[in-house]
Design a protein around this ligand. Sequence first.
Ligand code: AHR
Length: 508
Amino acid sequence: MPRHVLAALLVAASFTANADTVRIDIRTDAPIGRINPNVYGQFVEHLGRGIYGGIWVGPDSEIPNQDGYRIDVLQALKELEVPLMRWPGGCFADQYHWRDGIGPADARVARLNASWGGVIEPNTFGTHEFFNLAEILGAQTYLNFNVATGTAREAIEWLEYITSDSASALANERRANGRDEPWKIDYYSIGNETWGCGGNMRPSFYADEYARFATFLNVPGAQPKRIVSGSYEGNIDYSREILENRGVTDRAEGISVHFYTLPTGDWGKKGAGMGFPEAEWISTIERTQRMDGIITEQLEMIDAADIDGEFQLYVDEWGMWVDPPADGPGGVLYQQNTIRDAVVAAVNLNIFHDYADRVPMTNIAQMVNVLQAMILTDGPRMLRTPTYHVFNLYKPFRNAEALPVAATPPAYRHAETSVPALSISAARHDDGRLVLAIVNVDPGTAHEIDLGDTWNVISANVLAGDAMDAHNTFEAPDKVRPVRAEVGDRARRIPAPPASVTVLELAR
Ligand code: AHR
């Protein structure tokens, strides 16, 4: 049974809550596992204005920059303490040839980005620019190898160029290009969505390709964690068949799954990012809550594969995907980000915490200007999105020990659909303090949380909006931002306003 709903059922008989006060029981006796900071990872693809204009403007730009990286974006990302970045795709990874993106900028090779709009890919952001960015941010790195249009030799040479400390020709070439020390790759994947944009491969074919590449992709010393590219939501049989191949499972530490939240569930008409009806608010919540069942199903599939040693699940793409807006600065897969996105982000993070022992890394798609972004830019202007604020508020969860929370959430209903109105997550720091997140997904009804006698509130911050599509604009970039909640000193009853995310620090 999915873990996020299980807690609610466990306690259903133990508390009687009145209409809008929900008693919770934080189960300090049953820790789930430490929340790996990489659960807060971010995806950076050569797509739309994600990199060019979003992160990278080049050293000659009039937009203030540090060696080509936008200073405003760098500053916002530093505050966020980005733990991990996945690059260069996505679909783009399977058309990326790393040699196009090294050496003097004016000698780099311009190509067509056939995956995303056929625009010119100048390759001025390449290996050095990605790994240097990771160093500036103190982020771990996740590299996606090209298995569909690249060769094993190309991948092996890229790995050596990045990681070798030897006197090999490739390591010396890196040095000649300005980088003496090798960089560290923390995770890699061989291929991306190989059932679709990554080559439309049958699972057995991809499994053989994975094993062939992985045989040679070895780093002396600290080997990166190796990730098999797996299912999208429903096509779990794809992953199941890959994991039947011991050539794969002997050379991997985990498998990925991708799942996007589409308001309508229809790829042909996904639903608007703003100005949507309540029917699409609740359908969005209902769909995003499916992440819980998807993870459970994937873990059962992994367990049934009977793999030696620890084998993890990586949700290496997730987030909101809506139809492109009619106005705004534009770019492929650019979309506005509202309080609905914030609620979706928080619900997903709460679900990931419930699997802290089995899901050590996820990547929201994507970091800047693409899909459910942290940051939006328009020329020299920049704003932090409601999703950014959720990631910032949730920082205290990193490295804390996830705890189950038993509660009986009231239902939020609209028309024929009904979902639990509250999503709650708790975690314990080594000094005994707790962090608690309460998400009220109901856009019309406030609720109240009763902490019981054990815990007192030390601090509380709440992110809410005045409409279902409340958002920040370049003219009003701080309209939706967290505020300290008025819960009173050492309060035990916490208000959860409609459509809000509240993060509290608790002590005994
Ligand atoms: O994040 C956008 C795209 O979604 C990625 O390139 C691909 O892997 C997925 O289909």
